[in-house]
Write a protein that binds this ligand. Structure first.
Ligand SMILES: [Zn+2]
Length: 111
């Protein structure tokens, strides 16, 4: 265990407000990934159907880059409340059980 992980294990768990902020961010990430999947799938279909239209191909490529860039920005907006480290997600949008840097537990939202 690193020094940060030892501190997190000995320290206080995250406060409710910190957890709620993480949960809200995770909900945004899940929704964005659902929308992005539909958009990227639609772009693929259009790209195949209208593959002979150069301006459409370029627009779809540009749109795809925007969707990916927004995902990266959303990901960067939130950090671990304890160590301020980057949050590593499962499958790109699901919060892990613990911070991979300091080891603080991220509780799941109540059902
Ligand atoms: Zn952390």
């Amino acid at each position: 265990m690193s020094r940060l992980q030892v501190q997190a294990a000995m320290g206080e768990p995250l406060q409710r407000a910190e957890l709620e902020r993480l949960w809200a961010w995770e909900r945004v990430m899940v929704r964005y990934y659902a929308i992005a999947t539909v958009l990227l799938f639609g772009a693929c279909v259009l790209g195949v159907v209208y593959s002979d239209v150069p301006w459409l191909r370029r627009s779809l490529l540009g749109g795809t880059l925007v969707v990916v860039a927004v995902a990266a920005i959303l990901h960067e907006r939130e950090r671990c409340p304890r160590c301020r480290g980057r949050l590593r997600l499962r499958a790109g949008f699901i919060l892990r059980d613990r911070c991979t840097r300091c080891g603080i537990a991220f509780e799941r939202p109540p059902e």
